[in-house]
Design a protein. Structure first.
Length: 298
């Protein structure tokens, strides 16, 4: 009997998962070193879809202390991995403090600076001797390159392919873009995204937005809104040029196909259901409080 691999991977989401990484992992807090290791793990707590780093406690260059402040309630943001399924996974916007395994929360202290409850010592024998660190609390390097949003998932793939299909984007009957020279971005477990040259987008109908999000695979995204529609807030985005592996989409514009009508070679596409299906949903299409088929990754 054949096995669909995505079914196997998603079947592990209720479990604690980890994978060693050969990369040199460094973290700092306010310019002070927190860790520098070649023995880090990528860790996914149960229900989490994006990883964080776990590092050997004995290689920490900072101190750990009992939390100085009482714990606060962490809001949970559940969502469904697939349309029609129950919302059992945790959106990356769910803060680090929502732990789904037993363990001990700790403050990270470097001289005068402290990151409250930014370390978690899991009560799991396979992770004995390791502490999990909150990603947003620190500045991170893999080897000598800055990492933003969250660590990259080695089981998560982004492919970009040039295409001559006829792509048309409309909302409320108004055409916002049309092209035969889109770049199609395929990302694991996410909808296809259509990246369109600005010359083929009705930028005269759009307004620049102050919104910014980050994706660990593509960079920082800036946004546009379509002010003539209630569904038009932060409707489209474009990435900066920080990552060479996303060079094919640098400067191109993509729309949330969850909230617009997309026709490909004249065929209206079904609007996918994702955490970005409404204007007030996820911060960006994939995250940080960050990431996926658009700004930020799942």
């Amino acid at each position: 009997m054949a096995t669909r691999l995505s079914t196997v991977l998603m079947g592990t989401f209720p479990e604690l998962r980890y994978e060693p990484t050969p990369k040199r992992i460094r973290a700092s807090l306010g310019g002070a070193a927190v860790v520098d290791t070649l023995r880090a793990y990528l860790v996914w707590e149960p229900r989490r879809i994006t990883p964080v780093y776990a590092v050997p406690e004995q290689e920490l260059l900072a101190g750990l202390a009992a939390p100085a402040l009482p714990a606060t309630l962490v809001e949970e943001h559940p969502f469904a991995l697939r349309q029609g399924s129950a919302p059992t996974s945790l959106d990356p916007g769910t803060a680090f403090g929502k732990h789904t395994i037993a363990g001990e929360e700790l403050d990270v202290v470097t001289g005068p600076a402290a990151a409250p409850r930014a370390a978690f010592r899991p009560a799991d024998p396979d992770l004995a001797g390791y502490v999990i660190l909150e990603f947003p609390a620190f500045d991170w390097l893999e080897d000598d390159e800055e990492i933003i949003g969250h660590p990259r998932d080695p089981f998560h793939r982004v492919d970009i392919r040039a295409s001559s299909v006829d792509v048309e984007v409309a909302l409320d009957g108004v055409t916002l873009a049309g092209t035969k020279r889109a770049q199609l971005l395929y990302e694991t477990m996410l909808p296809v995204r259509y990246y369109i040259p600005p010359a083929d987008v009705r930028l005269d109908l759009l307004e620049k937005s102050p919104k910014r999000t980050v994706c660990p695979y593509k960079g920082q995204a800036s946004y546009w809104s379509y002010p003539d529609s209630a569904q038009g807030r932060n409707l489209a985005w474009s990435y900066d040029r920080r990552y060479v592996d996303a060079a094919q989409i640098h400067g191109l514009i993509s729309f949330f196909n969850e909230r617009v009508d997309v026709r490909v070679d004249g065929v209206l596409q079904t609007r996918p259901v994702t955490p970005w299906s409404r204007p007030g949903g996820r911060d960006g299409p994939g995250q940080s409080g960050g990431g996926g088929g658009g700004p930020g990754a799942l």
